[in-house]
Design a protein around this ligand. Structure first.
Ligand SMILES: [Zn+2]
Length: 218
């Protein structure tokens, strides 16, 4: 299937409330971990390292910024933020949304796809953005809204998305560029050769030597 066809009629969707992926044809829930879960083998998420209030605020901002970007890219709709703190609007939400939006305006894609959920029947994931540039190169993009940087974890995540993407779509053989837009730090970056190699090494480890190895057996 071509990505354009899938985008119009996705086979898989994510239920935002339950964080479960399901087949749109049958509403059947897809078992198996998300890519976010897979990479926790190498990069455990230590929830207790973060105060609960800060954690909740961070999640709320992430969802708000991601949803507005998706709405803008999909429907050219500006959207609004109604989040408040002590009765006052939280300006960082809109500021961070606008920073990414403005940086993306430099991109003049031939094709662009926002927030697409995919599954190979074994594991699942939703990427933030994928676009084809004027030179027919594919860019896989992730939006980050937290100051805590872990570039090595980010590229690992993107490598797993690449597998789902190239498996699902006959018109995408490989990803040419992996990029992060971090709105909190106002940074747009990619990854050096060492990080790519390290990510491939870590991915192999998850596939061959982890509790999830069974997902990758033939
Ligand atoms: Zn908001």
């Amino acid at each position: 299937m071509k990505i354009k066809e899938y985008y119009a009629n996705p086979l898989v969707k994510l239920n935002e409330a339950t964080h479960e992926y399901y087949w749109t044809a049958t509403n059947e829930i897809i078992q198996g971990p998300s890519i976010t879960k897979l990479i926790e083998v190498v990069y455990p998420f230590n929830v207790k390292d973060i105060p609960i209030k800060a954690l909740k605020a961070g999640i709320e901002k992430g969802i708000c910024v991601h949803n507005r970007l998706s709405e803008y890219i999909k429907n050219n709709n500006e959207g609004t933020c109604d989040h408040k703190y002590n009765g006052w609007p939280i300006q960082t939400h809109t500021r961070e949304y606008l920073w990414i939006k403005e940086n993306l305006s430099n991109v003049l894609p031939k094709e662009i796809y926002s927030e697409v959920s995919l599954s190979n029947g074994r594991y699942n994931g939703t990427f933030d953005l994928l676009y084809l540039d004027q030179n027919d190169k594919w860019h896989l993009v992730d939006f980050k809204t937290t100051a805590r940087l872990n570039k090595q974890k980010e590229i690992l995540q993107l490598k797993f998305y690449e597998d789902l993407i190239t498996t699902a779509f006959e018109d995408i053989d490989e990803i040419h560029y992996y990029e992060i837009y971090n709105s909190k730090n106002q940074e747009h970056y990619n990854f050096d050769e060492f990080m790519h190699k390290q990510a491939i090494f870590e991915k192999e480890k998850i596939m061959k030597e982890s509790e999830f190895s069974y997902l990758f057996e033939e």
